[in-house]
Ligand binder design. Structure first.
Ligand code: SF4
Length: 338
């Protein structure tokens, strides 16, 4: 899948603080769960530059199941034990996590977690794992399908074995044979799959996607600092994107412009953010960062994980001072002061 080493995130490393792994609380009832960074595909538009063909990642992370559950339980306690959605999204694909079924089952058992959902391209789907996930209580799969044309789908996933007809078959299987709600979430990459999107909308409605949640959540491709930029991608403004959605809504008589309410997202108490922007903190370097030139560090009292940028010269296990550059939603980037 990837030739990069996989670093196990042991309990002394906090699960809050690094975007690549652990738990992300953005001040709502939805908590993002990131057990692994691995992905089997290498999509040409990937915002996190995941997969075997990644040129900017240097390491992958995996979080032990029990540790993830223990820390999630603490966050749910802090936020209130009601109406919580555990959304397994990852900077890769959750199906690369060997304990995905157990993870869903244990998340479901946490008092206050009412919805368990995940985000995937479905490349590693099979009937058996879908059955197990359904029995474990998975409520929703957000399935990204960007083209129904097999050749275009392979080119967009940059993966010769990516088999969209098989995923289409398994999408129907989910609807017909499991209790999992299916939301089809294509990424519109202007210049690449504009003509595929209406076909995907028609197909999603035909197969009966979205029973408790909307059937479709169309996403817009955006250029990300560390993401991939496909050749020939065209610029599409948010205004034009929304206009397209509006046109398709009229043609297909389906809601495509979604709001937080469609997913029952509510504001909730956020975890405290212990470090301010530009604050100087003492950290210990514990591993390589997931992207080249980065290191993973931990702040004193193991409060938060912190990603050090421009840190090639900083040895592992060293204790140094670093200046916080960003702290939004408790996700930290810092620069070493040595
Ligand atoms: S878009 Fe998703 S499936 Fe594709 S490479 Fe990125 S993380 Fe993997």
């Amino acid at each position: 899948m990837s030739h990069r080493p996989v670093f196990k995130v042991e309990p002394s490393i906090p699960l809050v603080g690094c975007i690549a792994f652990g738990l992300i609380d953005r001040g709502t009832n939805v908590i993002q769960i990131r057990p692994t960074t691995l992905c089997a595909l290498s999509c040409i538009f990937c915002s996190t530059s995941a997969g075997p063909k990644s040129r900017i990642r240097q390491i992958e992370y995996s979080v032990p199941l029990d540790y993830l559950i223990e820390e999630m339980d603490k966050i749910v306690e802090h936020k209130g034990r009601y109406g919580i959605e555990a959304h397994i999204d990852t900077v890769g694909d959750p199906f690369t996590y060997p304990y995905l079924v157990e993870l869903v089952q244990k998340l479901n058992q946490i008092e206050g977690v009412e919805t368990v959902s995940l985000q995937t391209h479905g490349a590693l789907f099979n009937e058996k794992i879908l059955d197990k996930l359904s029995s474990a209580g998975l409520n929703r799969i957000n399935l990204s399908i960007d083209s129904l044309d097999p050749e275009l789908a392979r080119r967009m996933a940059d993966t010769p074995w990516y088999n969209i007809p098989r995923i289409v078959e398994l999408a129907k299987y989910i609807i017909e044979n499991t209790n999992i709600d299916l939301l089809i979430a294509p990424v519109l990459v202007p210049g690449w799959n504009d003509e595929e999107i209406p076909k995907i909308i028609r197909w999603s409605i035909e197969i009966g996607a979205g029973k408790k949640f909307p059937p479709l959540g169309i996403q817009k491709y955006e250029v990300h600092k560390h993401g991939r930029k496909p050749k020939g991608v065209k610029y599409l403004s948010w205004k034009d994107f929304n206009q397209k959605l509006e046109e398709w809504e009229k043609i297909f008589n389906v809601k495509l412009r979604l709001s937080k309410e469609d997913f029952h997202v509510q504001k909730r108490l956020m975890l405290p953010i212990p470090y301010k922007k530009f604050e100087i903190v003492q950290v210990k370097v514990v591993a390589l960062g997931w992207l080249k030139h980065e290191k993973l560090a931990v702040s004193s009292n193991n409060r938060r994980a912190i990603t050090l940028v421009n840190a090639d010269h900083i040895p592992l296990n060293s204790k140094i001072k670093a200046r916080i550059l960003t702290n939004k939603h408790n996700i930290y980037l810092a620069e070493p002061l040595v």
